[in-house]
Design a protein around this ligand. Structure first.
Ligand code: ZN
Length: 465
């Protein structure tokens, strides 16, 4: 085996140019090592450790005990129906508000709907239960939302009388929303976080439509919405696969805003995998896997599953970045089914089918993402890539974010065929030259806070066009 000997006289023989090459090589080795180190923000790590299986179980038990939460069910019975469910969630939010130093406030946001000839057959008072944890930075108007749906259904979606437990669909998502609110309300964040238990999902995404339309009209700066729907059970009914180490994040590639010149740009630059929702999904995967052990976030490159809809879609359709979390395998004996025993098969969405350890991990994944986003500075501005010259390098520049204190920036790089970012370079400056060809890689830039919380990434715009 050859031994490399290295002494001072050898060193002197090296030209400055060679020394420079060695220095650059050492720098990149360290960059790669730094990239594989897990840096957890201690505050977020602590919050994640507070997510409790017992809390999640108690929320679902209570929701199931209300008999049905069908959107058309009673709103006057204090112990049964959607009205009781809304009030119970509101009371939990109000309890959490008391520990929030006045930052968390909650209410039931109602609207009246008329029969629509589809899934609403009577005039209906629809209500989303909304808790807002106001951001502490007056210059920061960003909003991050976690959503789950409170309502549920029997086999017949119009059946408002019979029992419908809805433990997983969507007791699981509602429980995740409540648990994140419980823990995050004792902390403060520069950006605003909204926790919402939506109604009318099964009746046609009514509550989410109402809220997304309001957000659009009022110009809310929603930078990310995490929709949780069916994320607490671990098995498939056909293939008997049991898996509680993976959760899916569904995201669309192209945004509804990608039309006209925008769409032309997407085509020219090959950015069909870099739309807002897809960037959010990529971020969620990286951050989720950083903070939650034994959990893989699996990106699915489509907005939703076949034959199903979700509350993220009304936001997606209005140009907001929104994604859906759903368990890795689904058991259709348990979804949208009357509780019954038939041919030896137990049908119905019962609490006994929830894997609370899995639900805990999935809730942690939501929480660390919301916290990391809400703690981060806003995104860097005017991120540009110099495309004026034919070179094998990449020259990026950007401006400081509108809000938040930055320690510096991450420049992200990935091959054009890679699903995830492969390299991450930290720099305190607002420009960076990289010895990688702009033709062969995708790039993006994130703002980074003192504690290491990253903003969502911004894909550079070609400069000089
Ligand atoms: Zn659902």
């Amino acid at each position: 085996m050859p031994v490399v000997s290295f002494n001072f006289s050898t060193l002197k023989k090296l030209t400055m140019k060679k020394l420079l090459v060695i220095a650059v090589a050492i720098f990149f080795c360290f960059s790669v090592i730094a990239q594989t180190t897990i840096n957890r923000d201690p505050e977020i790590e602590k919050m994640v450790s507070e997510v409790s299986k017992d809390s999640l179980q108690s929320y679902i038990k209570k929701l199931v005990s209300l008999g049905t939460r069908n959107t058309l069910s009673t709103q006057t019975d204090p112990a049964r129906g959607i009205g009781a469910a809304r009030n119970w969630v509101l009371n939990r939010f109000n309890e959490f508000a008391r520990q929030s130093n006045g930052r968390l406030s909650a209410f039931i946001d109602t609207t009246t709907l008329q029969p629509d000839g589809r899934r609403v057959d009577v005039p209906l008072l629809l209500g989303n239960v909304v808790a807002t944890l106001k951001g502490t930075d007056p210059n920061d108007n960003r909003i991050f939302i976690i959503s789950g749906h409170l309502d549920n259904m029997r086999t017949n979606v119009m059946d408002r009388m019979g029992d419908a437990p809805g433990a997983d669909d969507d007791g699981s998502g509602t429980a995740a929303v409540l648990e994140c609110a419980r823990i995050m309300s004792t902390h403060s964040f520069p950006a605003t976080v909204i926790f919402v238990a939506v109604s009318g999902e099964e009746q046609g995404l009514l509550g989410a439509n109402y809220m997304a339309e309001k957000a659009k009209k009022e110009n809310w700066n929603i930078e990310g919405l995490l929709n949780n729907d069916i994320m607490g059970s671990n098995n498939s009914n056909e293939t008997n696969i049991i898996n509680n180490t993976k959760i899916r994040v569904f995201s669309e590639g192209l945004s509804v805003l990608d039309t006209g010149r925008n769409a032309q740009n997407v085509r020219n630059l090959g950015l069909e995998n870099d739309g807002k929702a897809r960037q959010l999904a990529r971020y969620v995967k990286e951050t989720g896997e950083r903070y939650v052990d034994n959990l893989e976030v699996v990106m699915v490159y489509r907005n939703d599953r076949f034959l199903r809809g979700g509350d993220h879609t009304p936001y997606v359709l209005r140009g907001f970045a929104a994604v859906r979390f759903t368990e890795m395998n689904e058991n259709y004996y348990h979804q949208h089914q009357d509780v019954r025993l038939e041919d030896g098969i137990q049908y119905g969405d019962l609490p006994g089918f929830i894997d609370f350890e899995y639900l805990r991990k999935n809730t942690c994944m939501n929480l660390c993402n919301l916290a990391n986003l809400a703690k981060s500075p806003s995104m860097p501005q005017e991120v540009k890539i110099d495309t004026k010259k034919l070179t094998n390098f990449t020259n990026l520049s950007w401006k400081a974010p509108k809000s938040g204190k930055v320690k510096g920036y991450y420049v992200l790089l990935r091959e054009t065929t890679s699903a995830v970012w492969q390299k991450k370079f930290f720099i305190a400056d607002t420009k960076m030259d990289l010895p990688y060809s702009k033709d062969n890689y995708f790039f993006a830039v994130q703002s980074v806070s003192e504690e290491g919380n990253e903003s969502l990434p911004v894909v550079p715009t070609p400069a000089g066009r």
